[in-house]
Design a binder for this molecule. Structure first.
Ligand code: GUN
Length: 305
């Protein structure tokens, strides 16, 4: 039987509608406008695209967007001074520093300078610790989005075997914590894992977050398992011909080879249109959550882990 396609794009649209509804109520009932500050250092093209998209969707949901674009050679002291200003600004409920930062800046130092209550990325060491100990925290957006998709598809995840491929602080590690929080049996696999295919073949849930195009193939997947593909990789697509610039056209693929995995899986997220749109939707949700917490108001239901 063909795999169910998990429609992350559609689900993200529903979350954005819910966020917009909460924002409208916060304005009407409390005179509050949730505000998100996004800091971009340098001119990494992919980061510029993400930051533009974040700003646009923030405004579309009725929230305030504050964009801070800094030169690539900005000093650590200047960046920390900006973060201190944003921490102290009552109109800013969420702060996101786009990663990666230029090499001369210490990412850990910068992230840990953000007020944990405004850390809508959930990367601050306090939030990492709170998540790991099962306490209320800000939850990283991409893993939160994956969890929402899994819960929507399966209902309860309790007792399922989950393999997370990738051990990054942004996706792999927090994803494993969230699945553990939902009572899955969790294995984190990575580049040094032995018999990774065998391991995946025993999993009810495979979350692929390695950044290697089409690494996971259908023979890694247990029949009927759910595949969550976090990867967004651009590869050459000679079948599409060449563009006006004479270069071979490209296409986006995930960390999973879609056709072979979809032939075996019970459900799968496509790329594009799967996990990707969920990340920004969860960022917007986290900003509303942060605004509610900062003002001692009840948090919106269904938008947090
Ligand atoms: N770079 C890639 N993904 C992310 C993310 O989720 N948050 C931030 N701040 N930077 C990123």
């Amino acid at each position: 039987m063909a795999a169910t396609i998990i429609d992350g794009k559609g689900f993200a649209g529903t979350i954005r509608e819910q966020v917009a509804g909460h924002v409208a109520r916060l304005k009407e009932d409390h005179g509050l406008t949730p505000g998100l500050a996004v800091v971009l250092v340098g001119e990494d093209p992919a980061s510029q695209v993400y930051v533009r998209s974040k700003g646009k969707q923030t405004v579309e949901c009725g929230m305030a967007s504050f964009e801070h674009k800094l030169e690539a050679d900005t000093s650590e002291a200047d960046l920390l001074a900006l973060i201190a200003r944003l921490n102290a600004d009552p109109a800013v409920h969420g702060i996101l520093v786009q990663l990666p930062l230029p090499g001369h800046l210490d990412e850990d130092l910068v992230i840990n300078a953000i007020d944990p209550a405004k850390d809508v990325d959930g990367f601050h060491i306090s939030n990492v610790g709170l998540l790991a100990t099962g306490q209320k925290s800000m939850v990283p957006c991409t893993p939160l989005g994956c969890l929402m998709l899994l819960r929507a598809h399966h209902g309860r995840l309790s007792g399922m075997n989950a393999v997370v491929i990738g051990r990054s602080n942004i996706v792999g590690k927090p994803m494993a914590q969230l699945l553990l929080g939902d009572s899955c049996t969790v294995t984190i696999a990575h580049s040094r894992t032995r018999d990774i295919q065998e391991l995946c073949r025993r999993a009810d849930i495979v979350v692929a977050a390695v950044g290697r195009a089409e690494m996971v193939t259908g023979d890694w997947i247990k029949p009927g398992a759910t595949v969550i593909d976090v990867g967004i990789n651009r590869i050459d697509a000679p079948e599409k011909g060449t563009g006006e610039d004479g270069r071979v056209k490209t296409r986006l693929v995930g960390d999973c080879e879609y056709d072979s995995c979809a032939a075996v899986a019970g459900a799968i997220t496509p790329v594009p249109g799967g996990v990707g749109p969920m990340t920004i939707a969860c960022l917007l949700a986290n900003t509303v959550t942060a605004c509610c917490r900062a003002n001692g108001l009840a948090e919106p239901e269904g938008l947090t882990a």
